[in-house]
Design a protein around this ligand. Structure first.
Ligand SMILES: N[C@@H](CCC(=O)N[C@@H](CS)C(=O)NCC(=O)O)C(=O)O
Length: 123
C-alpha cells in the first residue's frame, strides 16, 4: 500500500513538473507590492499531496511568492500546524496580519478563493 502511495506521489510530481504553468510577468512595481503582502502568508504542505500541488501551481501561475513549510518531514512545522492551526491537514494557509488574530485557512479551494480575492486575480 505504501509502495503504491509512493508511486502515485512520484507520478503526481512528474506530471506536475512536465506541465508547469508559465509564471505571470508583472511590472516590477506591481510585483514588489504583491511580494510585500505575501510576506505575511505561509502555506503548510506536503510535497506530493495533489491538493498542495494544485495550490502550488496556482501560486506559480500567478507569481505569488509564498513561504512553503513541509508539514510532513519537518517536525517543528508539523507541530505548528497541529497546535496552532488545529489539525494535521494540508494544504493550510497561515494568514498573519498586524493588529489582528492569525488565521489558519484549510481546504485548497478556500485557499485559492482567498488568494484570488486578496490579489484581485480573476482567472
Ligand atoms: N479537501 C482537502 C483535502 C486535503 C487532504 O486530503 N490532504 C491530505 C494530504 S493529500 C492530508 O492532509 N492528510 C492528512 C494526513 O496525511 O495526515 C483540500 O482540498 O485541501
Amino acid at each position: 500500500m505504501s509502495l503504491i502511495r509512493w508511486f502515485i506521489g512520484k507520478l503526481i510530481l512528474f506530471l506536475n513538473l512536465i506541465t508547469l504553468p508559465k509564471p505571470l510577468l508583472r511590472k516590477k512595481i506591481d510585483q514588489d507590492r504583491i511580494d510585500k503582502k505575501t510576506k505575511n502568508l505561509t502555506i503548510y504542505q506536503f510535497e506530493a499531496c495533489p491538493f498542495c500541488v494544485k495550490v502550488r501551481r496556482f501560486l506559480r501561475k500567478n507569481s505569488l511568492k509564498i513561504n512553503l513549510k513541509d508539514a510532513k518531514n519537518n517536525k517543528n512545522f508539523k507541530s505548528e500546524l497541529v497546535n496552532e492551526g488545529g489539525k494535521h491537514k494540508v494544504p493550510c494557509l497561515k494568514i498573519e496580519k498586524i493588529n489582528s488574530k492569525t488565521k489558519w485557512l484549510y481546504e485548497s479551494t478556500e485557499i485559492i478563493k482567498f488568494l484570488k480575492k486578496e490579489f484581485k486575480i480573476s482567472n
